[in-house]
Design a protein around this ligand. Structure first.
Ligand code: SF4
Length: 150
């Protein structure tokens, strides 16, 4: 177990001892299943339901509100020209979901890198993924036209 894991488990321990043991059980299950299904990068703050079930952490710029301005005319990534932009994929996939079609319009807060490598399921359960930096308290609210156009 690496130092980062220990730090994360200690955080859980301070909150509720049982979550430490849950983390030991749940973390490998989440990691294996989501890496297999979604090429998950274990950011610890999952927003798959807001991205058409396309992992945004596969974006080389780690954008949580994409795409950037560099998408190629064929829909591929500016950085990896041979790969599709994950945000183009997400926007295409979102309307095909049985649920959460509108969640693609939610404004996401910046990535909290302190959660990297932790279980997003546990972070959701404990509320840890909802802790926002100052200035981002209203993130996840749907954008209005006035937000989008200044
Ligand atoms: S958003 Fe985070 S937790 Fe969800 S699939 Fe991507 S890296 Fe994994």
């Amino acid at each position: 177990m690496c130092l980062e894991d220990e730090v994360n488990l200690r955080w859980l321990d301070e909150k509720k001892p049982i979550t430490r043991w849950l983390a030991r059980l749940i973390l490998p299950v989440e990691k294996i299943s989501k890496e297999t299904l979604f090429d998950c990068r274990m950011c610890g703050q999952c927003i798959l339901h807001s991205t058409g079930m396309t992992c945004p952490m596969r974006c080389p710029k780690n954008l949580r509100n994409g795409p950037c301005g560099g998408v190629r005319p064929n829909g591929n990534c500016e950085v990896f020209a041979d790969k599709p932009c994950v945000w183009v994929q997400g926007i295409e996939r979102a309307p095909r979901l049985p649920l959460w079609q509108e969640d693609i319009h939610h404004l996401q807060p910046p990535v909290n890198w302190r959660l990297q490598g932790t279980s997003s399921w546990i972070n959701l359960f404990t509320g840890r993924d909802a802790i926002r930096p100052r200035g981002w308290e209203n993130a996840n609210e749907p954008q209005t036209n006035s937000d989008q156009h200044g």
